[in-house]
Design a protein around this ligand. Structure first.
Ligand SMILES: Nc1ncnc2c1ncn2[C@@H]1O[C@H](COP(=O)(O)OP(=O)(O)O)[C@@H](O)[C@H]1O
Ligand SMILES: [Mg+2]
Length: 363
């Protein structure tokens, strides 16, 4: 996407807190209006720092942040018109729900009758219309988070930032609110930058996900692409379950390469992140792309394996195997009437298609 069409843009942004270590190393990111983008990554990877720079609570050490094509580096936080929601609600405890929502409107010098109309509308959006007179302590965690969301939306911002907003809630409530937040964002047409370390949350909510590690975006892609076409070993390992086998590139020819595994087995793979013969590589295969006693055709690979563990998980069977010298190889098979159940110690043949096997960087 060309930068002039971007609603939110980070251009060569770096951040250091101590003048030495860069916690954000070189951030380039463009978002169109209306996009729901999630920054996903392990703790300490720089997600909150990026959000704080966009909100204006931290300044970038280098580079530029733009909103609607205009640099906002020198604009103070409350003038950026950005709504924010955090994990620990941060509602004012001494104010009622209505007063909490009124606050951002008063800051913007809105008159009383306009304020009342906006507050009602925002509370109705999050189905909390009946709670205007309560104090935060009289609400459950999920209700407080709904109010925090209403407060971020009440002044009708075009951009809303959310930092682990559901982190403190139980699983079921989290899933309900995930659904409500994405629906609301799409209905209102707002642009959202969402931060989480929970990959399921990122994959289910987002138009695109930026995977962070070590102050850098490792990959920026829609959820399905991230899962099915990881560009490096970090992303393959971080998103979903993954089988990793180490080896050396023996040959590269177009969209296939040959890898000699450390066990001596030789397999074909898609060369993704490798460039020359002799290079070390880590190949990645998803557990559900592997079959037992495969009938995948002449291109498929088959390897001998030994069953170490067989776990019945309801919808799927999860089998851990010893394969190519490793004992952490996992295969997931759908629970169907004709699917065999395996026992530890059994010897089986497994196989997969070369296109499901990606040769990535050796970490
Ligand atoms: N205010 C701060 N002062 C100094 N270091 C900080 C500050 N905030 C974050 N850091 C450091 O910056 C790095 C990135 O942190 P953060 O952006 O909070 O990551 P994340 O949100 O991905 O967990 C970490 O090493 C963290 O310790
Ligand atoms: Mg954080």
């Amino acid at each position: 996407m060309a930068n002039q069409d971007a609603f939110v843009a980070f251009e060569r942004v770096q951040k250091s807190y101590d003048g030495e270590t860069l916690v954000v190393k070189d951030l380039n990111l463009s978002m169109p209006k209306g996009e729901f983008l999630t920054m996903l990554g392990p703790s300490g990877s720089g997600k909150t720092t990026c959000l704080m720079m966009l909100a204006g609570f931290e300044t970038a050490t280098h580079g530029e942040i733009k909103l609607d094509g205009v640099s906002i580096n020198d604009i103070s936080p409350h003038k950026r018109g950005i709504g924010m929601v955090f994990q620990n609600y941060a509602l004012f405890p001494h104010m009622t729900v209505a007063e909490n929502l009124s606050f951002p409107l008063e800051v913007r010098k809105m008159g009383k009758s306009d304020r009342e109309a906006k507050i009602k509308r925002a509370l109705d959006m999050v189905q909390m219309g009946a709670f205007a007179g309560r104090r935060p302590t009289q609400l459950s965690g999920g209700q407080q988070q709904r109010i925090a969301l209403a407060r971020a939306l009440v002044f009708e911002p075009e951009l809303v930032l959310m930092d682990e907003p559901l982190g403190a809630l139980d699983k079921q409530l989290r899933e309900t609110l995930q659904f409500e937040i994405t629906n609301l964002a799409h209905e209102l047409g707002i642009t959202v930058v969402y931060v989480t370390h929970d990959q399921t949350e990122a994959l289910t909510m987002s138009d695109r996900v930026a995977v962070f590690d070590d102050g850098r975006i490792q990959q920026l892609a829609p959820p399905d692409e991230l899962y099915e076409k990881p560009q490096n070993s970090f992303v393959a390992q971080f998103i979903g379950e993954n089988n990793a086998l180490d080896g050396t590139i023996q040959e590269i020819r177009g969209d296939r390469c040959t890898v000699r595994l450390e066990s001596g087995d030789v397999i074909d793979a898609v060369p993704v992140n490798v460039s020359k013969v002799g290079e070390k590589t880590r190949v990645s295969i998803r557990p559900e792309r592997v079959e037992f006693n495969p009938e995948l055709g002449p291109d498929a690979h088959t390897l001998q394996a030994e069953v170490l563990e067989f776990v019945y998980m309801g919808d799927v069977f999860r089998t851990r195997l010893r394969v190519a010298g490793r004992d952490d190889f996992v295969v997931k098979t759908r629970n169907r009437a004709d699917q065999i159940r395996l026992s530890p110690g059994e010897k089986v043949k497994i196989g997969w298609l070369p296109e499901d096997c990606r040769a990535l960087d050796a970490p």
